[in-house]
Design a protein around this ligand. Structure first.
Ligand code: P1T
Length: 382
């Protein structure tokens, strides 16, 4: 099946008992056993639930993987990945990443003896230079949140293979429509399905997809043993959202393209970060690695100061000032004080997350309204 058919059909069969076309919300915690161990494939909903299974199969197909595993949030999924490691193990991670990922690494897992090296991942040789005998994993997020840097998945996968490491890729910003990390050699792909996969800002959910059976079994053990699963209603909402993923992404991207062109010429804007811009350092790589450049844009207001950025994000009328991204509605955020506030100021500024940076999650509204909103909000600075 092609991608736009998989979104609608993969992992989903008409319900065997009623013929219902849509996967039912199996709102049950447990399942009958005729005698101990004699059941129809499900025994307890932490271990497995048919609505969650349909979503897990669907995501495995979209990512060209074999096994999907769903969790109560993107961070719940990240937590499961790091639990593959032991005290003393080391991870090389991009230094430009979602603030909550930085927080779970430094405030939870460092306490359990895992060491993280946060580095710029513009070059796979640089990644390789941080490897020592304790290194077990490379952690990439691409495009990065919020600076829209592009990391070469194939080159990182080669380094990971050479040294026997796992490569985990957070594919939240790209979605499997634009980029399939497993096909490029990654071992684990991670999603905050809260974002584009769900697509309607009505659910929090996380997902992993892998190809390797042993790795899947270890992750399924962690999923069941630590219990950070998602419920059937939330699984249903993400399954429904995914059916329109490819259609939504095309519109997110055409709207983003028009906004980028406009912002790039705007007198109140200092710099625009979008991999579709030819001036973006990751443009050539993004063109090779992705089907399109996505719906996320970051930009710095002229003068790069906190007050001006806050006045602009507070003036939006169609864009809503809010955490999160990837929904049909346009959202604006101020990373320094919102999504990336958990990263120490000096460290976040070193990666470009300055006080004047604004992040836009471009929705699928009419582009004229979005352009008008950006213009009138930026006019407070002119
Ligand atoms: O919010 P949750 O579903 O737990 O997913 C965490 C997460 C993981 N990875 C990336 C790239 C993310 O952007 C996120 C969540 N991000 C936001 C809430 C945000 O506004 O950036």
């Amino acid at each position: 099946m092609k991608f736009g058919t998989k979104t609608i059909h993969a992992g989903q069969e008409p319900d065997p008992t009623t013929g219902a076309i849509m996967t039912p919300i199996y709102q049950t915690s447990t399942y009958i056993q005729a005698s101990p161990g004699d059941h129809k494939g499900y025994e307890y909903s932490r271990t497995g639930n048919p609505t969650r299974s349909a979503l897990e199969k669907n995501l495995a197909a979209l990512e060209n993987g074999v096994h999907g595993l769903c969790f109560g949030s993107g961070l719940g999924a990240i937590d499961a990945i790091i639990k593959l490691l032991s005290p003393g193990d080391e991870v090389i991670s991009t230094n430009d990443l979602y603030g909550g990922t930085y927080r779970i690494f430094t405030k939870i897992f460092e306490f359990y003896g895992i060491k993280f090296h946060f580095i710029g991942m513009d070059n796979a040789d640089k990644v390789e230079s941080y490897i020592n005998e304790n290194t077990k994993m490379i952690w990439a997020e691409t495009p990065t949140n919020p600076m829209m840097n592009i990391i070469d998945i194939k080159a990182c996968a080669q380094v990971a293979k050479k040294h026997g490491l796992l490569l985990a890729v957070d594919n939240t910003f790209a979605t499997p429509y634009l980029q399939q990390p497993l096909t490029l050699g990654a071992d684990i792909v991670l999603h905050s399905a809260t974002k584009y996969l769900g697509g309607h800002s009505d659910v929090v959910l996380g997902a992993l997809v892998v190809k390797n059976d042993d790795l899947a079994a270890r992750l399924a053990f962690i999923q069941n043993a630590t219990g950070a699963i998602c419920g059937p209603m939330d699984s249903f909402l993400v399954l429904r959202g995914i059916k329109t993923l490819h259609v939504r992404m095309d519109r997110h991207m055409s709207n983003a393209k028009a906004l980028v062109a406009h912002l790039n010429e705007h007198p109140a804007v200092e710099k625009v970060f979008y991999p579709g811009l030819e001036s973006h350092p990751g443009h050539a790589l993004a063109t090779r690695q992705m089907r399109g450049y996505g719906g996320m844009i970051s930009f710095v207001v002229k003068g790069d100061n906190h007050e001006d950025a806050v006045s602009v994000v507070s003036a939006f009328k169609v864009f809503t000032l809010a955490e999160s991204l990837g929904g049909v509605e346009s959202l604006a955020g101020h990373p320094a004080s919102m999504t990336h506030a958990s990263i120490p100021k000096a460290q976040r500024e070193a990666t470009g997350v300055t006080d004047g940076l604004i992040r836009l999650s471009v929705g699928i509204e009419d582009i004229q309204d979005l352009l008008h909103d950006v213009d009138s909000s930026l006019s407070v600075l002119l």
